[in-house]
Structures are given as structure tokens and as C-alpha cells.
Write a protein that binds this ligand. Structure first.
Ligand SMILES: [Zn+2]
Length: 303
């Protein structure tokens, strides 16, 4: 009985590692040209004030946020490694000195949001504040779970301070609160703050992400307990209804549409507390569908 049990364990362990190896080798063999695949990740976009002190300094397809304070500035995300000069240029266009950035934050350690952080840190000497879950990926410049896939790498960047769930980051008159929303990455971090617009306060959420993207959910997963992490995030965010929902991809929160209304004179174009609940329930439906599909594909590959 015992030897049969051990044999089954061995077969299952081998099966899993062969499956993972095949998938990583397949990915590693690819070398996609993101400039062709995702041209909007490289296209400049005019910077603008979103609401309160929050400014957009990203590119067409990647949202990056700049928050100036009298004591120095905060930047959330660094975009692709090639985006750093565009971000610097946008901050200058807004009338601020990028060298005065004191704090760098990151929604998550994937090359399209963390890639520019190393260059921006070197340029400004700012302190990088990030979660423990994403630290290894940031500091080693890899995509957690695809360490051997070079085209998913990002320039390594040292984390100066670890932020815990519900931890605050304060600079000048601005305080941001970290909300760990793991799954998309192990340390996926959403940020909230209160801003004032037209004499009234508004709660803003900058959401990390909850898409499955390239993540393996089963056999073996991208990282331990990834499915539990997604579930935790969906449960945690189920009751969130921020006045202003922002994210690191403009398409997640229909930024261009709102920006057009803002240009037309609607100063509260970004205020809509019904949007995030709809977004997060759609994310959960997509997650459930991806989990079902990966479970069935993995089951087939084992047979
Ligand atoms: Zn990502």
C-alpha cells in the first residue's frame, strides 16, 4: 500500500514539474516585440490633473500617477523600462522638477508597471516603498514564477521600505494607505487617499489589478496559494465603492472618456462610486472562468 502511495506521489510531482517546465520553456522561447504588440505602452500622452493633487503622467496604455507636495513629490509606478524619459518630461510639463520626487510607490512588480522604477530612482534618489510580497521580484528584476523568461524581466530596483496592509505613507499634506490585494502578483498593492475638489473631499482608490493575465493558477501555480490570494482580494474588495476609481491601465476605468468630459468642463468627471463594484465583480467572473479553463486543461495534460 505504502509503496503504491509513494509511486503515485512521485508520478504526480514529476507530472507537475514537467508541465511547468514545458510551459516556461515555451514562454522563454518566445521573444515578443512589445512595441508592435502593445504600441500604446510606448506612446506619449499629455499629462493632466485628474482630481485633487493627483496628476496623470503615464503613456497611452499605462497609467502612472504623480502627486506633488510642498515637501517633495510622490510617483506611483514607473511604466515600461523605456517610459522613464516620457514620465520625466510629463512631470516637467506640469511645472515640477522630477528630481524632487521623494517617494516611489508601485502597484505591482510586473515589467509594464515597475520597469521604469530603477531609472526614476537613480534620477531622483527617491525611496521605494513596496510590499514584502513583491520585494523579491522588484529587487531581482524577474516576473515571479517566470524567473527563467528573460523578456518578462525588469531592471532590478532595491526596496527601501516595506509597507504592510493598511500601512500609511505620508509626505507633506498627502497620506496614502496601502491595501494588499494579492493574486495578480503576490504583493499586488492598491492605494487609497482622500483628495479635495471644488471644496469637497473624495475617496480615491488606485487599484492594483485582479486579472489572471499570464498567471498559472494550477499545476503548479505561479506562486503558492495564488488562488486563495485572488479569493481574498475579491472578498476584501467586495464592499469597496470609492468615489474615484483609478487603476494602472487607463482602459480599466475608461480614462479617455472621462478626460474628454473633464476637458468639456466637468470638474468631477472622474467621480462615480458605482464603477469599482461593477469592475471588481467582472474581474471575479473572469477569474472564475480562467480557473475553470486552466483546471480542465491541466487535467487533460495529466492524462
Ligand atoms: Zn501585471
Amino acid at each position: 500500500m505504502m509503496s503504491r502511495f509513494i509511486l503515485l506521489l512521485l508520478i504526480s510531482a514529476l507530472g507537475q514539474s514537467v508541465y511547468a517546465l514545458a510551459q516556461n520553456e515555451e514562454l522563454a522561447a518566445q521573444n515578443p516585440d512589445f512595441r508592435t504588440l502593445q504600441p500604446t505602452w510606448f506612446q506619449a500622452k499629455e499629462p493632466f490633473r485628474v482630481i485633487g493633487d493627483i496628476h496623470f503622467v503615464g503613456v497611452q496604455g499605462l497609467a502612472i500617477y504623480f502627486i506633488p507636495t510642498p515637501d517633495g513629490h510622490i510617483l506611483i509606478d514607473g511604466g515600461m523600462p523605456q517610459n522613464a524619459p516620457l514620465i520625466v518630461q510629463s512631470i516637467r510639463e506640469l511645472g515640477y522638477d522630477p528630481a524632487d520626487i521623494k517617494i516611489l510607490l508601485n502597484t505591482h512588480a510586473h515589467f509594464d508597471h515597475s520597469g521604469g522604477l530603477a531609472a526614476l530612482k537613480e534620477m531622483s534618489g527617491a525611496e521605494l516603498v513596496a510590499s514584502e510580497g513583491d520585494r523579491s521580484a522588484l529587487e531581482n528584476g524577474f516576473y515571479l514564477g517566470y524567473e527563467d523568461v528573460p523578456w518578462l524581466n525588469a531592471p532590478p530596483v532595491i526596496v527601501d521600505k516595506i509597507i504592510a496592509d493598511d500601512g500609511d505613507v505620508t509626505l507633506g499634506n498627502i497620506t496614502l494607505t496601502a491595501h494588499l490585494t494579492p493574486g495578480h502578483t503576490r504583493g499586488c498593492t492598491s492605494w487609497s487617499l482622500t483628495v479635495e475638489e471644488a471644496g469637497k473631499p473624495y475617496e480615491v482608490l488606485i487599484f492594483c489589478s485582479a486579472t489572471v493575465a499570464l498567471n498559472r493558477l494550477v499545476g503548479p501555480p505561479q506562486y503558492d496559494r495564488i488562488v486563495e490570494d485572488y479569493r481574498y482580494t475579491f472578498q476584501k474588495a467586495a464592499n469597496w465603492a470609492p468615489d474615484v476609481f483609478l487603476a494602472n491601465h487607463p482602459g480599466f476605468f475608461r480614462m479617455d472618456e472621462k478626460r474628454a468630459r473633464q476637458i468639456d468642463g466637468d470638474v468631477l468627471a472622474f467621480v462615480d462610486n458605482t464603477e469599482f463594484p461593477m469592475f471588481i465583480s467582472r474581474m471575479e467572473e473572469w477569474f472564475d472562468a480562467a480557473l475553470a479553463q486552466q483546471t480542465s486543461e491541466h487535467g487533460q495534460s495529466d492524462n
